[in-house]
Design a protein around this ligand. Structure first.
Ligand SMILES: NC(=O)c1ccc[n+]([C@@H]2O[C@H](COP(=O)([O-])OP(=O)(O)OC[C@H]3O[C@@H](n4cnc5c(N)ncnc54)[C@H](O)[C@@H]3O)[C@@H](O)[C@H]2O)c1
Length: 499
């Protein structure tokens, strides 16, 4: 196991203190400010349990000040020529790439995801900014024939101040790619990073300020917890609140936003199914089942295919290969480029995952591999749990129905296709699904039957910039990473002229 001491990227040794941002205050109106109530939140390195200092905690008064700053910047940003807005977003993407190693390392230390993967997140962030920069001229209207003597047209206008409340599992990617659409549409933004991993968003704010990348007040960062998220969701000066987070949080935001009738976007959890048909290529299927679990970040992905439905004809052979595939992950210091599996984010998440492993055992699932913490040298203080696979899982069990958000895979055995769909769709979630078959008819038939917003055939896991991502049922409202997200950050005005 890698000793958890100094950190390195590309062979250059750096101490964590050198890379973590010094600025821990709230960022709004182009400057850093101390939290009005003096609140602070402690941060931990989840791989070691070591402290990473504190960040300030925004309370209602800080939300008030940030909303005022974002509202003041709105007309400036809205009225910038669209192509100039696009230039600013592209410059932000370029700055992100210039600092890719730094951002990846900050996230590795702060959220525990391995640095090699976080470099990909930075690249996704930059690509997302560039993608939406390219769409600025799509914030456009249309003409509608209403009869002679009239001209009827629509305009798409930005909403105003948008709040972005985000989860901890891809901090810099969510603070960039998933913030690009509101900015491209001409809105100003308040980002509330996850309380567990806010440092890369603060470093981004520093960069925006130091390099004058965006006008003051356009991109604001409020570190804080639930109270800050709640204040953003209820504030009358915020026109839209968009969440990446859990279903309970999404429901709370939906309720909180009702009084001010805000636009709401929700990207929430999943209990996603991978369906294996008898004709699937067994090696690719097993590799897909392992890849779909996102074990690199300990399964902490909304899209993880944490329910695998293997056909009776290949069940045992594939299960064996899945277990072998899980063994290839190398837990270690997330700042080491050779590490391929990071820890869970926190003690609370670690306890939750172990609790669910307990439920699996108690409810009669068969533990095939894993099932406990990883206690290798150098990782004692970290929140590592073994890749865990349960077989003989049935829909009555909690591990079959509830999102664990950890490295726990539930394997089902199926024989009857109708019963398969019944079980696949028997959850309140509907984010993603994966289908493995060599037959096109089967692939299309299954894709039509699964109640999920994002479907992979013969692979599992990747996202594609420009492709609508979002959930059916309680997994979400709206679609992101695509032009649909841009439209969701606008409102349509209709103008009817009589000559
Ligand atoms: N669909 C997606 O794109 C996507 C991506 C990543 C994670 N997720 C989901 O996120 C969850 C894991 O992340 P988490 O544990 O950080 O989620 P969480 O819901 O606990 O927290 C997400 C964010 O919401 C804030 N928050 C919490 N309570 C709030 C409230 N009442 N009002 C306003 N804001 C509030 C948190 O401070 C945090 O910033 C999982 O369910 C996962 O599936 C979804």
């Amino acid at each position: 196991m890698t000793q958890v001491s100094g950190t390195q990227v590309s062979g250059r040794a750096r101490a964590p203190a050198d890379v973590l941002p010094a600025e821990r205050r709230l960022f709004y109106g182009g400057a850093f400010h101390s939290a009005a109530g003096g609140g602070r939140m402690a941060l931990l390195n989840p791989a070691t349990g070591a402290g990473l200092g504190e960040v300030e905690e925004a309370a209602a008064a800080d939300v008030e000040a940030a909303v005022a700053a974002a509202a003041a910047a709105f007309p400036v940003w809205r009225d910038l020529k669209p192509l100039e807005r696009a230039d600013r977003l592209r410059a932000l993407a370029a700055a992100l790439r210039e600092h890719a190693e730094e951002f990846a390392l900050i996230d590795a230390i702060d959220c525990g995801n391995p640095v090699a993967e976080m470099l990909r997140d930075v690249e996704m962030g930059a690509r997302g900014l560039e993608f939406f920069a390219g769409l600025v001229t799509e914030v456009k209207g249309e003409t509608i024939p209403v009869g002679p003597g009239f001209l009827n047209y629509t305009l798409r206008e930005p909403l105003g101040v948008v709040a972005r409340v985000i989860a901890y599992n891809h901090p810099i990617m969510f603070a960039t790619m998933r913030c690009a659409a509101p900015l491209a549409a001409g809105n100003t933004l308040i980002v509330k990073p996850a309380e567990q991993a806010p440092l890369s968003a603060l470093r981004l704010a520093e960069l925006i300020r130091d390099r004058d990348l965006l006008p003051p007040g356009v991109y604001n960062v409020l570190t804080g917890g639930r109270a800050c998220g709640e204040a953003l969701s209820t504030h009358p000066g915020i026109a839209r609140v968009a969440l990446i987070g859990s279903v309970p949080t999404g429901k709370a935001i939906l309720r909180a936003a009702a009084d001010t009738v805000k636009s709401v976007g929700l990207e929430m959890g999943g209990k996603n199914a991978l369906i294996a048909f008898p004709d699937a290529d067994l090696d690719k299927l097993a590799a897909g089942a392992v890849a779909g679990m996102n074990l690199t970040w300990s399964g902490q992905s909304c899209g993880s295919t944490s329910r695998v439905f293997l056909h009776d004809s290949h069940h045992d052979a594939v299960l064996e290969r899945i277990v072998a595939g899980c063994a290839h992950y190398r837990p270690g210091d997330p700042a080491d480029p050779a590490t391929t599996m990071g820890p869970l984010i926190s003690r609370a998440q670690y306890d939750k995952v172990l609790r669910y492993i307990g439920y699996g055992r108690e409810e009669g699932a068969r533990l095939v591999t894993g099932g406990g913490p990883i206690t290798a040298p150098g990782l004692e203080g970290g929140f590592f749990v073994e890749p865990t696979v349960f077989a003989d899982v049935t829909m009555g069990m909690r591990i079959a129905r509830e999102e664990i958000f950890g490295p726990v895979l539930s394997v089902f055995r199926w024989r009857d296709e109708e019963e398969l769909y019944r079980q696949v769709n028997a959850t309140d979630y509907g984010l993603s699904a994966a289908i493995f078959t060599r037959d096109l008819d089967t692939a299309h038939r299954a894709a039509a039957r699964v109640q999920a917003g994002y479907v992979w055939v013969n692979h599992a896991g990747p996202h594609f910039v420009g492709v609508p991502f979002g959930g059916y049922k309680q997994s979400g409202m709206g679609r992101e990473e695509s032009i649909e997200e841009l439209y969701a950050c606008t409102q349509v005005k209709n103008v009817n002229i009589r000559f």
